[in-house]
Design a protein around this ligand. Structure first.
Ligand code: G4P
Length: 529
């Protein structure tokens, strides 16, 4: 197959949702359709049920052994589908944000009864910012939930989207009869017990056809006709370009658990979802069709098996082909690296591959060369944009609890930060280290991993910070900036890239500081240019 065809047939995407909306179940059903797995229950739910560290450790251990869950790839209708796993737990939101830099589109899963939830709002906001094409899947139609129109209103208002339904439910909960597929114009009926089987589709291009009553009953048929009329009047016609530009979001309804409405979603997805898109670097826009390989690291996974201390760096290929044993240029480290065993991912396993294409994810064994955000090229000096750090929400001093193991502690902290587990800030004044995290859970994770992987012990101490603000003075030499640095010296730190950060204790302090030092700009993410 030609290089261009290989690019065009790739669909790399993420499924995002608030925990429990049905992301894992949907992923599994997509794999079933793709023939990638044979039975339900094969995909592990890596959810943290009680928020307990032991849960997390167990999950990490399982993942360490079978990291392939990070990327699930399969073929469907001649398309190569790559699903990137995104943790739903809010303490790992940063991990999900980073994964979103590597997807070309997303599917958002919403629970029909719960509607738009908090985590969905945050994740969709990031997708909108990046203009990532979004498809919405309203799940659990076999249960009583919100009215379909009300829910679409809620999606528009809370998520700031413009939706148009491409499938529509016939009834709901106890009365759920099936799905009218607006995209293919046919009806798919629900038998209530088709977790494994897919009911036959009844083609129905004209809903006025009196046969409809015979199949679904008079009242539901009347209701469906009215609803379809309303849809026609109220919602914009689906336009693929608008969807690709992030201006229009198609909506599908179904029940992932019962395997219902999933085929409609997948069939439409493979047709409309984008193949790998061009990506902005600091110097230029890189097109997937370019011959020379470029790619970037969006995730680093530690191997939790103590016998294998290496890590796996996940690279998204942006352009060209990635070949085994060919030297690539590590831009940050200014050196060439060769990889003898690059891994590609399939549904339940990983395998060494000779060649990968744009849109694919390659897993590279790493002994400490990579950081999240690193770029690989064939010699060009450039870096991909778009993996910013956000301000953490929790901040604590980290102290060494075993003076004999200071080196191990430093190494451990360094490596865990490279993996993106948390952010490290070093106070300017006294070089004390502060760990910033999105959730409290990470502190336990760090402590556990430092001890078990590096043999180092640490304790924490509270440090009352509300927000980390990245600092950029209009003029580093002016008196205002000098004054700012003098007055705020106790609260100034460097992040791991050496950027100056102001650790503010309240929103009020941030406002006061902005008023007092207008030429010193404060930013809430690390990437502000
Ligand atoms: P997540 O990855 O988004 O966190 O959600 P997950 O797929 O694990 O689904 C959360 C719960 O919702 C699961 O039940 C799952 O079986 C259920 N579920 C998913 N899709 C549907 C659906 O279409 N209809 C109904 N009625 N339920 C659905 P659980 O009891 O938490 O877990 P389990 O013990 O069944 O695995």
């Amino acid at each position: 197959m030609s290089f261009l065809k290989e690019i065009q047939r790739r669909r790399t995407f993420g499924i995002i949702s608030h925990p429990d909306a049905g992301k894992t179940t949907l992923t599994e059903k997509l794999l079933l359709f793709g023939g990638a797995i044979q039975e339900a229950g094969a995909v592990k739910n890596n959810k943290i049920k009680k928020g307990a560290t032991s849960d997390f450790m167990e999950i990490e251990r399982q993942r360490g052994i079978s990291v392939s869950t990070s990327v699930l790839a399969f073929n469907y209708k001649e398309k190569k589908i790559n699903i990137l796993d995104t943790p739903g737990h809010k303490d790992f939101a940063e991990d999900t944000f980073r994964t979103l830099t590597a997807v070309d589109s997303v599917i958002v899963v919403i629970d029909v009864a719960k509607g738009v939830e908090e985590q969905t709002e945050k994740l969709v906001a990031v997708c909108r910012l990046r203009k990532i094409p979004i498809i919405v899947f309203i799940n659990k139609m076999d249960r009583e939930g919100k009215d379909a129109f009300d829910l679409m209103d809620e999606v528009e208002q809370k998520l700031g989207l413009t939706v148009t339904p491409l499938s529509f439910p016939i009834g709901m909960g106890y009365d759920f009869q099936g799905i009218y597929n607006l995209w293919e114009q046919n009806i798919n009926l629900f038998s209530g017990d088709n977790r494994k089987n897919i009911e036959e589709t009844i083609a129905f291009s004209d809903v006025q056809n009196p046969e409809l009553e015979k199949i679904i009953g008079q009242k539901p048929a009347d209701t469906l006709r009215e609803e379809l009329e309303l849809i026609d009047e109220v919602y914009p016609k689906f336009d693929r370009q608008d969807y690709l530009d992030g201006k229009l979001q198609p909506v599908f309804f179904g029940s992932a658990l019962n395997n219902f409405g999933v085929r409609e979603l997948l069939d439409c997805f493979v047709e409309i979802a984008p193949s790998p898109r061009p990506k902005e670097s600091e110097t230029r826009l890189v097109d997937p069709k370019e011959e020379k390989m470029t790619g970037f690291v969006f995730k680093i996974h530690a191997n939790m098996d103590p016998k294998h201390r290496d890590r796996l760096a996940f690279i998204k290929i942006v352009s060209g082909t990635f070949e085994r044993n060919k030297p690539y240029y590590h831009v940050r480290q200014k050196k060439n690296l060769k990889f003898s065993s690059p891994n590609a991912f399939f549904a339940e396993k990983k395998e060494i591959v000779d060649i990968s294409y744009p849109g694919d994810i390659v897993g590279l064994h790493d002994t400490g060369n990579f950081k999240i955000g690193d770029t690989l090229t064939e010699g060009e000096i450039m870096s991909f944009k778009g993996i910013p750090s956000f301000s953490p929400e929790h901040f604590r001093y980290i102290n060494n609890a075993d003076p004999m193991k200071a080196k191990q502690l430093d190494k451990g902290i360094d490596q865990l930060m490279d993996e993106g587990v948390a952010q490290l800030f070093t106070l300017e004044m006294n070089n004390r280290k502060i760990i910033g995290t999105v959730g409290a859970l990470q502190y336990e994770v760090i402590q556990y991993r430092l001890e078990h992987e590096y043999g180092a012990k640490c304790t924490y101490e509270n440090f009352p910070v509300h927000k980390a603000c990245w600092v950029k003075p209009d003029d580093a030499k002016n008196d205002e900036f000098k004054e700012f640095k003098r007055i705020k010296q106790k609260f100034l730190a460097k992040d791991k890239y050496g950027q100056l950060v102001f650790l503010a204790d309240s929103d009020f302090t941030i406002k006061m500081t902005q008023n007092k030092y207008p030429s010193v700009k404060l930013f809430f993410t690390s990437e502000f240019e």
